[in-house]
Design a protein around this ligand. Sequence first.
Ligand code: GTP
Ligand code: MG
Length: 444
Amino acid sequence: MAATDLERFSNEEKRNLSLGGHVGFDSLPDQLVSKSVTQGFSFNILCVGETGIGKSTLMNTLFNTTFETEEASHYESVVRLRPRTYDLQESNVHLKLTIVDAVGFGDQINKDESYRPIVEYIDTQFENYLQEELKIRRSLFNYHDTRIHVCLYFITPTGHSLKSLDLVTMKKLDSKVNIIPIIAKADTISKSELHKFKIKIMSELVSNGVQIYQFPTDDEAVAEINSVMNAHLPFAVVGSTEEVKVGNKLVRARQYPWGVVQVENESHCDFVKLREMLIRVNMEDLREQTHTRHYELYRRCKLEEMGFKDTDPDSQPFSLQETYETKRKEFLSELQRKEEEMRQMFVNKVKETEAELKEKERELHEKFEHLKRIHQEEKRKVEEKRRELEEEMNAFNRRKVAVETLQSQSLQATSQQPLKKDKDRKNFFSLPSACSITSGRYVN
Ligand code: GTP
Ligand code: MG
């Protein structure tokens, strides 16, 4: 069906009809209330302010109870977010209240990064919610929503101006959370100074483009009070859990040697205004703004980051299915490209390694040949030496044999000498007369 047809059809369908009698859907708001009451509510407050500024005291005063308090030291190396959840009940309404303290805020020498853990904490809560929303089986109905609904920003009552840390932090937070700035320990500043301080703070916030939460004026029932209260921002508050007797009534107050500061006295401080605005009038708006403005912005940015969009480049509606298909195709082609790249890399690597191995093999072969040559040379030399030695040995043996022969001959000769003389003598006597005796005894 074309869009114009659809429009005409829906316009035609929307006709005012009167009912003949009571039907019962006028009970829908009551059903809604009853359902909400049964389900209970959650409300999450983030307290940002320097250590000891009165955060815990103010929370105790606001909810008229004593929450767990743990004093922070001034030696935290980084800002740490500490959430604590409580179940509160008033009449039949259950409130799951989470108070998150930015512990150690403003205590570091270098405060450049002080805002970062706070921003990260807020984003993490949005992310958790988004993940739950994107689940196939989601259970948002009983999901503990931890998204921060309001940030009470505690300003130190210096009477001068905002510190740069305040401006930077509020600027970083203003698109993520509803900020209500409050001047803490307002009993430590005089009335005229407070008046000037408030004006100064507001003008600094405006000139630095910091968006603080504005109490809504679109609902007639609360428009008047909200617009009056908007003009009182930032609220100057005093906190105390101490009860002091004023007249014949016990009231929460701070007692000083010169008098009593009553927490709930509107001429003493803006505590009542804060409680009215934060809890009694605008709690639901704070929750709604968190969902429709801050979370929506986070979700949009996140989904766009993931590649989802409502329209294509020609501003034509682009369905989730189409986005998914496009993304899938992009992903698959990217995967293929990566696979090819890796395969090529692998082939190159194998080739490189192969070449390296071949080079190594060649080097080894050369080395082997070289060693072989050396070995052969050595072998040849040894052979030569052996031959020389053999020759020497042969010559020596020959000499030895000759000497031995000579020796034996001479020995033989020496042993045969007397025998010869005897023989000679015998021969002499047996010799013919032609022989003559030379010795003189015998003459032939
Ligand atoms: P950490 O959690 O340790 O950062 O401190 P905090 O900001 O929670 O401050 P806490 O409420 O513990 O108060 C610190 C001191 O300030 C206590 O002695 C309180 O009595 C005092 N104090 C709290 N609120 C006020 C106030 O409105 N005026 C004055 N004059 N003192 C206050
Ligand atoms: Mg505290």
